[in-house]
Design a protein around this ligand. Structure first.
Ligand code: AHR
Length: 495
């Protein structure tokens, strides 16, 4: 492998390390918010959760959905709590108490030092609710909705910059599901009205719910016909699973993600050419993760309960390996993927798990997310890689070595994220770092485990990194040994 500072992809937009909190399951109630918990602050937010979210350095959090937003009345969640209605929440068929709404969430976001990416309801509602919401959130005062916000205790506007124009509107499961033309028209007109309220915002047009949708990528092409001049980003969502327990195939699924990204870029650029536009649409991969463990048990949930445990996947070691590669994939596309949200953040398909009334623990996937978020900031470089390859059920030519590289000029640091996909053998990697003279290994963090199905729990963290990785520099080359099936971070520094 060769790493050179001139092989630049782009500056990494830190927002690719974003996450997502939906009013779903125990993400909000019993997750970020639990007023009776021993660590609850004066507003009822769990401080043990705040601490771990801050550790992850999450730069942006998408809110309030997800599927939930497509039937959500944002007005239900503002104003005096005793006046807020309980509603049937249709996406997940639970009862929403509205105890937490927009203002409380903005307070929480401030506590964890994150920005908010807010989604508007384009399922049951549309232009009117969206323009009122942005007036409530971003207009300084002197009008009905902005003064209402001030009367609710937020004197200053929130100035939310990034807004999603609905959620997964291509999906037949979505309340208010639309055809591409129906969505495209509504999204364009909603965008226009929102921009009239606040011209400084950035907007995300809904892309496909996943790359297997029968309408992909026609959905992107048709919707962009309408939204191209109004939107700045198009969204991508993708979750992977391993129901067939085929590890070699599962950990190769980041190749599918790569293909998905390339296809969306091609579609955006086709539309750019067609419209003779000077503007480039970038990508917001605003839902991504592994999700399949909890699907069966979620069918047992009693309808209309309040905050039941839903989508509570308990992640395995092999899930963490794939998550590491999904992060590598986005870094490799840092020139076009400018935002991304690991879905989700707490309890619901999440890196952080809590027990209601009890403790907290880090899931296996916490670790690749943590290290990539904290150390993967700077310029994404494109390494030249020669790796042996394998074939799996769905993929051919899967490189055993999956890697991404970030150069942090300010810190004089080169960070190599590297996965060895080989299930049996370690991989020796020889890295020519020719333009990084005088750099030495600071640390080599390794995530490895013999049992690919090993998980973490409140009682025991079976999966956590160790710092005994084997890497050394000799004559301007780094030699590193990646243990069999492992995720690694090799940090080089010049002092
Ligand atoms: O993240 C869980 C769900 O997955 C979201 O609500 C939806 O947008 C997607 O289908």
């Amino acid at each position: 492998m060769t790493v050179d500072k001139d092989f630049k992809i782009a500056e990494v937009d830190k927002r690719i390390y974003g996450s997502f909190i939906e009013h779903l399951g125990r993400a909000v109630y019993g997750g970020i918010y639990e007023p009776d918990h021993e660590t609850a602050d004066e507003q009822g937010f769990r401080e043990d959760v705040i601490k771990l979210v801050k550790e992850l350095q999450v730069p942006i959090v998408r809110y309030p959905g997800g599927n939930m937003v497509s039937a959500y009345n944002w007005e239900d969640g503002v104003g005096p709590k005793q006046d807020r209605p309980r509603r049937l929440e249709l996406a997940w068929r639970v009862t929403e108490t509205n105890e937490i709404g927009t203002n409380e969430f903005m307070d929480w976001a401030k506590k964890v030092n994150t920005d908010v990416m807010m989604a508007v309801n384009l399922g049951t509602r549309g232009i009117d609710a969206a323009r009122n919401l942005i007036e409530y959130m971003n207009h300084p005062g002197g009008t009905y909705w902005s003064d209402l916000r001030r009367s609710h205790g937020s004197e200053l506007p929130y100035n939310i910059k990034t807004w999603c124009l609905g959620n997964e509107m291509d999906g037949p499961w979505q309340v208010g599901h639309k055809t591409a033309d129906e969505y495209g028209r509504l999204a364009a007109e909603t965008a226009k009205a929102m921009r009239l309220v606040d011209p400084t915002i950035e907007l995300v047009s809904c892309g496909s719910s996943n790359s297997n949708m029968p309408t992909f990528p026609e959905w992107e092409a048709k919707t962009l016909e309408h939204t191209y001049e109004f939107a700045d980003y198009i969204s991508l969502h993708q979750y992977y699973g391993n129901r067939s327990h085929d590890t070699a195939n599962f950990i190769a699924k980041s190749l599918d993600m790569d293909n998905f990204i390339q296809t969306v870029i091609a579609t955006c650029d086709y539309m750019k050419a067609k419209k003779r536009s000077k503007k480039t649409i970038n990508l917001s991969f605003d839902e991504w993760n592994v999700w399949f463990h909890s699907r069966e048990q979620d069918k047992e949930i009693e309808p209309w309960t309040i905050a039941p445990p839903q989508l509570e996947d308990v992640y395995t070691f092999e899930d963490a390996i794939l998550v590491g590669s999904m992060l590598n994939t986005m870094l490799k596309h840092a020139d076009r993927v400018k935002m991304a949200c690991m879905a989700q953040l707490v309890n619901v398909i999440a890196p952080i798990m809590t027990e209601t009334g009890g403790g907290i623990f880090k899931q296996t996937i916490f670790y690749p997310y943590y290290y990539t978020s904290v150390y993967g900031r700077g310029i994404a470089l494109s390494p030249v890689v020669h790796s042996p390859k394998y074939d799996s059920k769905d993929f051919t030519d899967v490189p055993y070595l999956d890697t991404s590289v970030v150069y942090n000029e300010v810190k004089n640091e080169v960070v190599i994220f590297a996965t060895n996909r080989h299930l049996e053998m370690p991989l020796q990697v020889d890295i020519d770092i020719r333009s990084f003279e005088g750099y030495n290994v600071v640390e080599h963090v390794v995530l490895e485990k013999d049992n690919v199905k090993a998980t973490n729990s409140l009682k025991k963290e079976q999966i956590k990194p160790h710092y005994n990785g084997e890497s050394y520099v000799q004559n301007g080359n780094v030699t590193t040994i990646l243990p069999k099936l492992s995720w690694n971070m090799i940090r080089l520094n010049k002092r």
